[in-house]
Design a protein around this ligand. Structure first.
Ligand SMILES: [Zn+2]
Length: 111
């Protein structure tokens, strides 16, 4: 039974219209999707540990990694990556821990 490890979730995507595909050579929409990886304990996300970015061609369904992006695709990604934000729940474990510590320190000052 795995009680801790790494998981990933889809944290957002950007569509690039009229972009040429390096595989099928067609001008089609490329969907850039970003996955946020996080460390989990008992499936509760504790903290983020990096991101993976992929692009899928809607024409040939070929998926490429960020390092294989064409300069054009890379430019669009760099320009629009601020739209993709990691959700707060990827920090859930640290937030819960922080709240616990805050509660304990507040309680200890009252007594
Ligand atoms: Zn293609």
């Amino acid at each position: 039974m795995i009680i801790f490890g790494l998981r990933a979730s889809n944290i957002g995507s950007v569509s690039v219209e009229q972009s040429s595909c390096s595989y099928c050579q067609n001008t089609a929409t490329q969907n850039i999707t970003q996955f946020g990886k996080y460390f989990h304990i008992f499936w509760i996300p504790v903290f983020p540990v990096g991101k993976s970015t992929f692009s899928e061609c809607v024409h040939c369904k070929r998926t490429i990694r960020k390092k294989e992006f064409s300069p054009e695709l890379k430019n669009t990604y760099e320009g629009s990556k601020s739209q993709i934000k990691r959700p707060l729940w990827h920090w859930a474990g640290l937030i819960i821990l922080g709240l616990l510590f805050a509660a304990v320190s507040i309680l200890s000052t009252i007594q």
